[in-house]
Write a protein that binds this ligand. Structure first.
Ligand code: FAD
Length: 444
């Protein structure tokens, strides 16, 4: 069997490794248009902020290492430009030599990811120090600018995960940071009252937070930002982080179906409308695990999970992707913000009735040093107890509580089961009644 993979980072590399484990003899060819495969996208902000000191640490697998280990044919600087589904072939352009050639496949896996949205804001093309962050070359550019040009001020446009992580990391480099966010809150996956805790914390750290306002124009080669509300902000650099768009061009040109937001549509076996073409990762539309509506959730867990399942699926193992819960977490200065499942905004939009409880227990025994409150919110169905989602913000122990609730959701547990979860306890870690138990008691 000859299997061709487009995209060599999160989803693509995972699929390649799993394919090899399932079949020692398959011909596996992986195309990556960039220089690097399997790098740590999620670590990039922390290298810019110098928490991660060595660039090499970001390169999880090298082409040589991975080719040898898994006996793969990996071709970097190789962009797949078209798919011919009738011939079961693709066209490839070698970006170093300009040469183009054809390659056939028995099964094709698309894992091309998503790219940062760059809207046509007036003056954007003339803005010199304007960056987006997706890959190693972007990271090198931003880090070189910070290292050599010594910017004093930065504006981060967009207060999502990447925007906030970058705000913190630029601040760590001694830069004065302004965040401009069009919505009334940062961190869209949490509800407003939870985001407010983050707003307060950002201001406490000296970040200039502008909410409910968007960028109208970049002026003076990008050294001045004019907002829709008429603010003028002087800056030495700009990071644009207003979201990502699926890389769907290949799929669209090949007549594969895409959803309303451009995500490639796949079934539970990760097959597109062509049974020999599969798609995974940030580029695909997924089913929301809670409300079952189609959605886009560009995160590393889904890409990795789908990378493994797609290989299983090709080899006839029963592989079902069950949908995405959207469990996510980010460090925002001293706080951790984490969420799983649906928030109130989503449920309200879909007209699904829900009940909410807020609790703020301490992360571990109050008499043991370092305890701090966890702001924990549980969203559920009052009649059935079905857990729709949870959000948590705090300094300590947030990840564990959201992970427990995410596991409870996938295990089909209801709020009635939460008091009954027997969780690990000793004073440095929790309380005899864990915050998750407490949320369950209050909910029932
Ligand atoms: P990618 O990993 O983006 O890989 C796609 C690859 O395909 C790219 O390298 C691209 O060059 C290549 N490609 C595209 N088109 C072609 C073509 N035609 N021919 C050849 N190659 C092509 N997620 C989390 O869950 N937690 C985090 O903390 C987190 N932090 C992040 C921080 C940053 C700065 C970024 C950018 C992302 C972060 N993510 C995080 C998201 C996570 O990295 C993605 O969800 C994941 O990488 C998606 O995997 P993928 O395989 O779909 O796409």
């Amino acid at each position: 069997k000859k299997i061709v993979i487009v995209g060599g980072v999160a989803g693509g590399s995972t699929a390649a490794a799993r394919l090899r484990r399932l079949d020692e003899t398959a011909e596996i060819v992986m195309f990556e248009k960039g220089e690097y495969i399997s790098f740590a996208n999620c670590g990039l902000p922390y290298y810019i902020g110098e928490t991660i000191k060595e660039r090499d640490k970001l390169l999880v697998q090298t082409v040589e290492g991975m080719s040898n280990r898994y006996n793969l044919d990996i071709r970097t600087f190789s962009e797949v430009t078209t798919i011919d589904r009738t011939k079961k072939s693709i066209n490839v352009k070698n970006l170093q030599t300009g040469e183009t050639y054809e390659e056939t496949y028995d099964e094709l896996i698309l894992s091309p990811g998503a790219r940062p949205i760059v809207p046509p804001i007036p003056g954007i093309e003339k803005a010199n120090a304007l960056f987006t962050l997706r890959n190693i070359p972007d990271t090198d550019r931003i880090k070189a600018y910070v290292d050599h040009e010594n910017p004093k001020r930065a504006v981060v446009v967009g207060g999502g995960f990447i925007g906030l992580e970058m705000a913190e990391n630029l601040y760590e480099r001694g830069i004065e940071v302004t965040i401009v966010e069009m919505a009334e809150q940062v961190m869209a996956p949490v509800d407003y009252e939870m985001a407010s805790i983050i707003h307060h914390h950002l201001k406490e750290k000296g970040v200039n937070l502008i909410l409910g306002d968007g960028v109208k124009a970049f002026e003076n080669s990008g050294t001045k930002i004019v907002t829709q509300n008429g603010l003028e902000i002087e800056t030495d650099m700009i990071l644009l982080s207003i979201g990502v768009r699926p890389e769907n061009e290949l799929a669209v040109h090949a007549g594969l179906s895409v959803g309303a937001r451009g995500g490639i549509q796949v079934n539970a076996s990760l097959q597109t409308n062509d049974p020999h073409v599969y798609a995974i990762g940030d580029a695909v539309e997924v089913k929301d695990y809670i409300n079952e509506q189609p959605t886009m959730i560009p995160l590393a867990w889904p890409a990795n999970r789908q990378g493994r399942l797609v290989a299983d699926s090709i080899y006839g193992k029963k592989a079902m992707y069950k949908g995405t819960l959207g469990t996510s977490i980010a460090k925002v200065f001293d706080y951790t913000v984490s969420t799983t499942g649906n928030n109130e905004k989503t449920l309200r939009r879909l007209g699904i009735p829900y009940e909410v409880v807020h609790v703020h227990p301490v992360s571990h025994a109050g008499y043991y040093p370092g305890a701090s409150p966890i702001f924990l919110k549980l969203v559920f169905d009052k009649e059935t107890g079905k857990i729709y989602g949870a959000q948590a913000i705090g300094i300590d122990g947030v990840d564990k509580r959201i992970d427990v609730i995410a596991t409870a959701i996938k295990g089909g547990l209801s709020v009635l089961d939460l008091p009954d979860l027997e969780l690990a306890y000793a004073p440095p870690y929790s309380q005899a009644k864990d915050p998750v138990n407490i949320a369950g008691y209050v909910a029932t």
